[in-house]
Design a protein. Structure first.
Length: 130
């Protein structure tokens, strides 16, 4: 599976690390695991620097709809930091943030994994809207 899952309870964080092509179904499986393990309110660091594909606008919209539905079912989602190195992936990650403006969770796109981690720590420390 090109999407690796790591649960870091001490940091209240789940890290998804992409390696190669990642499908929407693989993303969904990781989110279902996060919910099953009681980690939905944890911060999520999605490290897509080694991901070889970029989701289409249609796929991004489908993901946003699913996240919105999951928030309705399971309550507030923890903050999400998406890290992308390639310009197209970073652009799509930023578009996701724009399209998800009406979904009640905190999201930010990054090009640097350390900056993303610091941002997640700050979001969780503040306990702000998620």
């Amino acid at each position: 599976m090109p999407l690796h899952y790591a649960r870091l309870d001490a940091l209240r964080r789940v890290v998804l690390t992409a390696d190669g092509e990642v499908t929407v179904d693989e993303w969904r499986a990781a989110v279902e695991r996060q919910i099953a393990e009681g980690c939905w309110p944890y911060g999520l660091l999605y490290d897509a620097r080694q991901r070889s594909n970029v989701h289409s606008t249609e796929e991004v919209r489908r993901i946003i709809d699913e996240v919105s539905s999951l928030i309705g079912q399971y309550g507030p989602r923890g903050p999400v930091a998406f890290v992308a190195a390639q310009p197209a992936a970073y652009g799509m990650a930023r578009m996701y943030g724009i399209l998800a403006t009406d979904v009640p969770f905190t999201y930010e796109a990054f090009q640097d994994v350390d900056a993303a981690g610091r941002w997640l720590d700050e979001q969780l420390r503040r306990g702000g809207p998620s």
